[in-house]
Design a binder for this molecule. Structure first.
Ligand SMILES: Nc1ncnc2c1ncn2[C@@H]1O[C@H](COP(=O)(O)OP(=O)(O)OP(=O)(O)O)[C@@H](O)[C@H]1O
Length: 453
């Protein structure tokens, strides 16, 4: 294995023996020699390499095989087939239950953990105070780990893991157990470790943090490697699969709604309508209403179909197409949507993310309590949304979606969802009095009263 490769997996498969029902375990004890188990392949034929210093996110649904994969890399499980090579010292923070001996005190576990990672006692002595300070569990450090809350356990486990100075840090969902402040502290430390060249493997259901945190990603589905590549691409394909499933469920619900009552959509009940916009006056149309326009390179598109965004433009306060806005300048999103089917209504929404892929702001016509008109197959509709730009200076992406509400503002089927369709920049406001420090500006009503004591 080349020295620049941190982890290499070659056709790795893992098979577990599972009992169909709990009583089968008992039967096997009573009738030795007869097996009541069946084979379950948690992972099949997984091959990929992780380079030194790389941060790799692992995503997938519950049961996809993520934890199994991490345990194989850590060596707490052995593969049924295939070969795994790990180059460097590994520290792992796996889900609760793995790692510490519950009967030992926190202190003893820190020493044991250090010894397993190859540290001499003197080295652990040197680091112990820092570990205890990072974990911040006070005198629980000298109590048996079995008496810890799950939060205390993960605090100590993370503190112990990072202080062995690993070459490879493996973090499962475990961090989610810690409180918000501890999670933030861990994230900061992990970023510092990444900057120092530590290879990080990170399992999370939070696709936003995978995008912002990881360079590459692995998407596991049913024990198989569905996709590997740039974190944003892998997250997009995961979301597309999840959306597909959600849409299936929602389509069923929609069908039931329609069967129960022809007029079951909230729109038709008029419950949420602030107003219904039909043939609004849009002064100038900049979007291509005839054919599919080119979208930003690397954008991802998914959805159920039936409607297609032909073009999307960002306009400034002068109603001119732009890729640059001034902070606090009003902006307009204009979209041309071609409907391929009839729909009783639809929703349109946008989402703005920062350069790290974190969702910053967004809205949907249903959130604005505006009901859109029925859509007719073969017709093109131009939708405009105008909002004040409350974003601070930076680079952002614009995601748009055309949705079919099943239950208005609760369950929507994505007909067309274009992730990161436009990349744009927000420049500093010219007037220094219009500048602010936070990521997003929210206006405040201010009062002041002089009170004599
Ligand atoms: N020790 C085991 N014995 C039998 N089956 C197991 C064992 N460990 C895991 N499995 C099975 O392997 C599959 C993959 O489990 P794994 O914990 O790796 O999934 P995961 O992607 O981490 O899921 P989650 O997101 O829920 O943590 C699951 O169906 C699980 O039931």
């Amino acid at each position: 294995m080349g020295s620049e490769i941190a982890i290499s997996l070659n056709n790795v498969s893992k098979c577990f023996k599972q009992y169909r029902q709990p009583v089968d375990r008992l039967k096997e004890m009573i009738f030795p020699g007869k097996s009541y188990t069946e084979e379950f392949w948690a992972l099949r034929d997984i091959s990929f390499e992780i380079m030194r210093g790389e941060t790799m996110g692992i995503i997938g649904r519950n049961g996809a095989g993520k934890s199994t994969l991490l345990q194989l890399i850590c060596g707490t499980l052995t593969p049924t087939y295939g070969d795994i090579q790990v180059n460097g010292r590994v520290a792992a923070l796996l889900e609760l239950g793995a790692g510490f001996n519950p009967e030992f005190t926190g202190r003893d576990n820190v020493y044991m953990n250090g010894a397993i990672a190859g540290l001499a006692k003197a080295e652990i002595d040197d680091r112990f105070d820092n570990i205890a300070a990072f974990a911040d569990i006070k005198d629980f450090i000298d109590r048996p780990v079995k008496n810890y809350s799950s939060g205390m356990y993960v605090r100590l486990a993370f503190a112990a893991a990072i202080h062995v100075e690993p070459d490879i840090l493996i973090v499962d969902e475990a961090l989610a157990v810690g409180d918000m402040f501890f999670q933030a502290k861990c994230m900061t430390r992990m970023r510092q470790m990444m900057e120092a060249g530590v290879t990080v493997l990170f399992v999370s259901h939070d696709t936003g943090s995978v995008k912002s945190f990881c360079q590459r990603g692995v998407f596991l589905e049913g024990g198989e490697l569905k996709k590997i590549g740039k974190a944003a691409d892998v997250v997009a394909s995961y979301i597309s699969v999840i959306h597909g499933d959600m849409n299936q469920d929602l389509k069923l619900q929609l069908q039931q709604n329609l069967e129960n009552s022809e007029k079951n959509l909230d729109l038709q009940n008029g419950k949420s309508a602030k107003n219904v916009i039909i043939d609004a006056d849009i002064s100038e149309i900049f979007v291509d209403t005839k054919q599919q326009a080119e979208l930003a390179e690397g954008c991802h598109r998914y959805g159920e179909g039936g409607a297609k965004v032909l073009d999307i433009k960002l306009l400034n306060s002068q109603h001119q197409p732009t890729a640059e806005l001034e902070s606090r300048e009003e902006f307009i999103i204009q979209a041309a949507i071609l409907f391929e089917k009839d729909f009783p209504t639809f929703c349109f929404g946008y989402l703005i993310r920062d350069i790290k892929g974190i969702d910053i702001i967004g809205t949907v016509t249903s959130v604005e309590k505006v009901d859109m008109p029925p859509a007719t197959a073969g017709q093109v509709y131009v939708v405009e949304m105008r909002s004040p730009n409350m974003l601070n200076v930076g680079v952002y992406t614009l995601t748009v979606a055309v949705e079919l509400p099943v239950v208005m503002n609760q369950n929507h089927i994505f007909l067309d969802y274009i992730d990161d369709a436009i990349v744009f920049k927000v420049n500093m406001a010219e007037d220094p009095l219009d500048r602010f420090t936070a990521k997003v500006y929210v206006p405040a009503e201010i009062k002041c009263k002089h009170v004599n004591n």
